[in-house]
Design a protein around this ligand. Structure first.
Ligand code: NAD
Length: 342
């Protein structure tokens, strides 16, 4: 198929080009995000390949269909940025990469926990400047702490097992609980119990209308003082203004974010010579106990190779008219998030 790859970075070209040696599609790489202002670039292509911050609302999907595009290939797991109902109405097939390396994301989340706790980022800079004092580097033993995992799909399960290995007491909440956990000493509890008992909370659920602003003033009020919160899932799961209030009040003791509600205008770009226009994000960066990475949790060699290989094999299956197991179809509750995006 002729495929237009949007939001294409050097590493996307590298991994997709390598995987395409056997797949044999015609790939064209475009640096801009896909949105209504760039959608005309897709004219004449059979498929578009998109990432987390491309916009696939009804208006963009209508334009894609008008330009002759038949397939939307997400090179990521999450599909909250696609109006699936509109895609179905327009006859567009949406495929994704449901699993490429749960280890990449879970290990990044645990890395964030360790960094916030033991302050590796501060120690690195301090030592390089010849300052070997330990003041303000005091951490705590992870062993024996209670960690709450929200969402125990592929990534949450890996995170729960890693943290169990650290000697943590692991609590999990998922509307579809994993009963096998109990055998491994990992407890399935209600969300209020998890919020109340956890020293560390790591979010691994998808962004849906049910999880939008799951972390809010109300849920923060149920947590322990000084709680650590880690979000490697999707920015919209946290109400950022509420968590800033929590940080200021000392309710939140540590915050690790790999995703941010308004990340589409910030992440994956070099803005180092520009003024930060997002005041909420700028405020977040002033806290010494906040660690932000720019949506890089997935970014390992293994994950990138798997993403490229699965994306192209999804396209090949659709081209051959075969049923693609990675096709995404609308489900009633999941429509509103994408539909609401600008
Ligand atoms: P998954 O589908 O395997 O698991 C998601 C789990 O969340 C499921 O078990 C589901 O039952 C559960 N869930 C659904 N609604 C819930 C709710 N209201 N409360 C608690 N749990 C709920 O997905 P996964 O592969 O583990 O990925 C999880 C999320 O991680 C993705 O949706 C995506 O947003 C995010 N992600 C981020 C990156 C990154 O680079 N930062 C990379 C991949 C995935």
């Amino acid at each position: 198929m002729k495929m237009a790859v949007f939001s294409a970075k050097v590493y996307d070209r590298e991994f997709l080009t390598e995987a395409n040696q056997s797949a044999g599609h015609a790939l064209t790489f475009f640096e801009p995000h896909l949105d209504i202002s760039t959608v005309q670039l897709a004219a004449g292509y059979d498929a578009v390949c998109v990432f987390t911050n491309d916009t696939l609302n009804r208006e963009v999907l209508q334009a894609l269909a008008k330009h002759g595009v038949r397939v939307v290939a997400l090179r990521c797991a999450g599909y909250n940025n696609v109006d699936l109902e509109a895609a179905q109405e327009l006859g567009l097939t949406v495929v994704r990469v449901p699993a490429y390396s749960p280890y990449a994301v879970a290990e990044h989340a645990v890395g964030m926990i360790l960094t916030l706790n033991r302050k590796f980022h501060k120690a690195y800079n301090r030592v390089r400047e010849g300052n070997f004092k330990l003041d303000c580097l005091l951490g705590f033993d992870l062993h024996g702490k209670t960690v709450g995992i929200v969402g125990t799909g592929k990534i949450g399960t890996v995170a729960a097992n890693i943290l169990k290995g650290f000697g943590c007491r692991v609590l999990t909440y998922d509307p579809a609980p994993n009963i096998l956990f109990e055998e491994h000493g990992i407890q399935c509890v209600s969300l209020p119990d998890l919020l109340k008992q956890s020293d560390i909370i790591s979010l691994h659920c998808p962004l849906t209308p049910q999880t939008y602003h799951l972390i809010s003033d109300e849920s923060l009020s149920q947590m322990k003082d000084g709680v650590m919160i880690i979000n490697t899932s999707r920015g919209g799961i946290i109400d950022t203004k509420a968590i800033i209030r929590g940080l200021k009040a000392g309710k939140v003791g540590y915050l690790g974010l790999d995703v941010y509600e308004e990340e589409a205008d910030i992440f994956f770009e070099d803005l180092s010579d520009k003024c930060m226009e997002d005041d909420v994000f700028a405020r977040l960066m002033t806290f010494p106990n906040v660690l932000i990475t720019g949506h890089q949790a997935f970014f390992t060699q293994e994950a990138m190779a798997n993403i490229a290989q699965t994306t192209l094999s999804n396209i090949s299956q659709v081209e051959r008219g075969e049923a693609c197991p990675n096709q995404v179809l609308p489900m009633p509750g999941e429509l509103k998030v994408a539909a609401a995006r600008p």
